[in-house]
Each structure stands twice: as structure tokens, then as C-alpha cells.
Design a protein around this ligand. Structure first.
Ligand SMILES: [Zn+2]
Length: 332
């Protein structure tokens, strides 16, 4: 029977909350790069839930939500173990940027990592090495980019070769997080939906290792949004209730929508964008999502919904060039 849980140099016994760091590298000037770790081990046995934040360095809401839950859970009432890495990408966080300034890699495209690779690949390797034999469940916290306005939603992926029971458990767990919008992304058909190497995502690699993992997108990038942080805290506690780590029933969402198709809507013209819709809004095909005006004030483009859809996130930064992303939309 395991009674001590270890991550890096952090060790937690039954009934303990312990903090420390997982060292992941050094900078040229000699500073140690380290991921903060919080482990809360309950008095009683149960599952291990891993909460990971800021894999993109400018996504702040998840850091705060994870921290709030980690320090409010009572180890004496907890079953199982909560392991938290609220900020797992120190080089990117340090410069308030999505990507590391050292190697320009997107860390959520580098898993399971490479011990002989660039710094970001090595950090991914060290972190995933800790996660893969420890976690039963994992929530990877993101926000949408800092150019956008977002409200919380979940993303769960259908990964080829994963057991149907695992995928079912992931969907149920993600929905217990209780956000209005929930995205079921089938990786066999969603290729190209998002730019980048999706097979290197943390949740995908967890699923390949039998861990019930999903993403929680909890608002807007580069900002600290109390309302979205509260929703994220409730979501984490709901998941913990669902998997019997803490007592009580998860609070149900008033209404939930499962999106199976998603698309970034781009502008063809340029200038300043005037958004006509907000995140969570349901719009009919042809609805004007945004007007683009040139610097003389002339409306040069009306960007319209390509089909009946929900707005997942909307442009926040008003300056747009040709081809910029205006909104992220989805439909069932
Ligand atoms: Zn992100």
C-alpha cells in the first residue's frame, strides 16, 4: 500500500498538504527553472487527480483556480490524492507569453517530450514522466489566446486506440465540470481544425496512457477573471465529487451543449473590428458576427456566421489584419 506520493523532491504522506518544486532545467545565468508542485494526500485511499496549468505561459485563470482548490481542500476529508502543477512552463510564464522565449516551442505540442531535445521538450518529458505513472485523472487548464474574450468550456478528445470505457469516462467527467459548452473533438476527423501538432498535446498523451484527461478552457488569456476562476473552482470540485474524492453531488449545469464541429472565422479585410456577438451566443447562419472598418470609419467587411452555431470565443483585441481570427464557433 503506497502511503507516500512523490513528485520530484516533493513528498506527501497520508493526510498532508505539501508544497515544493520540480526542477526542469537552468538558464545561462545559473537560475534554476522549476515547476511549483502542491500535493494534497487524503487520509483515505482514492483516485489521483492531477491539475495542470499554464502550459501556455500567459494563461492565468487556471493557475489561480488550481491554487484556490489546492489550499481549500481538507486532507482529512479527501479520498485519494490531488497533485497540482499550477504553472508548468516557467520559461514562457516568465515572459508572459504563450510560448517559451528560449526555443519558441508550443509546450502543449511536445508531449511525451524528449530528454535530449530543446528545453521545452525536456520540460515536457520531465513533467509527463511524473504524470504518467501517477495520475488516474488529469485536467489541463488553458484559456483562449489573449486577443480573444472567452467563457469556460471543456474539450475532450476521441483518441484512436483508446478504450471506449475510458473515452466514456472522460466525457462524463468533463461534463461534470458543468460548463455550458463542451467540445467533443474526434481526432480522426478534426485534423487541421486547430493549427499545430495535436498528437503532442498533454491530454492526448495521457489518454494513450490510460489516464482520463480533458482540457478546461477557462476564459481569456493574459487576464485574471474572477468570475471565470470561480466557475473553474466549482468545476474542479464537481469533478472531485463525481470521482468520490470529496463528499457531495456535483452541481449540474442549467443546460449543456456538446459541439462536434468547430471553426475559426477569419476576416478578409483589415482595420478595426466591431464585434456583434459574445461568447456562448447562439447565432443563425448568416448572422453578422463582426464588422470590420477601415481607419476612415468605412465598413469594409461584414463577417457572417457560416452556419447555425455557437460562439465559443470572440475577438477582444480590435486591431485586425487580413486573415486574422475574428471568432471561434462550433455546432453540434
Ligand atoms: Zn493554451
Amino acid at each position: 500500500m503506497i502511503t507516500v506520493i512523490e513528485v520530484g523532491t516533493v513528498k506527501a504522506s497520508r493526510g498532508e498538504r505539501v508544497t515544493g518544486h520540480l526542477e526542469v532545467g537552468r538558464t545561462a545565468s545559473g537560475y534554476t527553472l522549476a515547476i511549483p508542485v502542491i500535493i494534497v494526500q487524503g487520509n483515505d485511499e482514492g483516485p489521483t487527480l492531477w491539475l495542470n496549468g499554464a502550459v501556455h505561459g500567459d494563461e492565468i485563470n487556471g493557475i489561480v483556480a488550481i491554487r484556490k482548490v489546492a489550499f481549500s481542500v481538507d486532507p482529512k476529508e479527501l479520498k485519494g490524492t490531488l497533485i497540482c502543477t499550477p504553472m508548468c512552463n516557467p520559461p514562457a510564464f516568465q515572459v508572459r507569453h504563450k510560448l517559451s522565449g528560449f526555443d519558441s516551442l508550443d509546450m502543449d505540442q511536445q508531449f511525451p517530450g524528449n530528454p535530449e531535445g530543446l528545453l521545452t521538450e525536456r520540460i515536457a518529458h520531465i513533467l509527463f514522466g511524473e504524470i504518467k505513472d501517477t495520475a488516474d485523472y488529469l485536467i489541463n487548464f488553458h484559456t483562449i489566446g489573449r486577443l480573444f474574450l472567452g467563457r469556460p468550456y471543456t474539450v475532450f478528445k476521441l483518441v484512436d486506440g483508446a478504450k471506449p470505457e475510458l473515452l466514456e469516462e472522460i466525457e462524463k467527467t468533463a461534463k461534470s465540470f458543468a460548463t455550458y459548452l463542451n467540445c467533443r473533438v474526434d481526432l480522426r476527423t478534426a485534423a487541421g481544425e486547430l493549427p499545430g501538432r495535436v498528437e503532442g498535446a498533454l491530454d492526448v498523451n495521457c489518454i494513450k496512457n490510460g489516464i482520463a484527461a480533458f482540457m478546461a478552457e477557462v476564459g481569456s488569456g493574459g487576464r485574471l477573471e474572477e468570475e471565470n476562476i470561480d466557475i473553474a473552482c466549482t468545476g474542479i470540485r464537481n469533478v472531485m465529487k463525481r470521482i468520490n474524492m470529496i463528499p457531495g453531488e456535483p452541481t449540474a449545469a442549467e443546460e449543456q451543449v456538446t459541439l462536434t464541429w468547430r471553426k475559426f472565422i477569419r476576416c478578409n479585410e483589415a482595420g478595426l473590428v466591431f464585434m456583434k456577438v459574445k461568447p456562448y451566443e447562439r447565432v443563425a447562419k448568416g448572422t453578422i458576427l463582426a464588422e470590420i472598418a477601415d481607419l476612415f470609419g468605412n465598413v469594409v467587411e461584414e463577417v457572417r456566421a457560416p452556419r447555425d452555431c455557437y460562439v465559443i470565443c470572440a475577438r477582444f483585441d480590435p486591431v485586425v489584419h487580413t486573415g486574422d481570427r475574428i471568432a471561434f464557433v462550433g455546432s453540434c
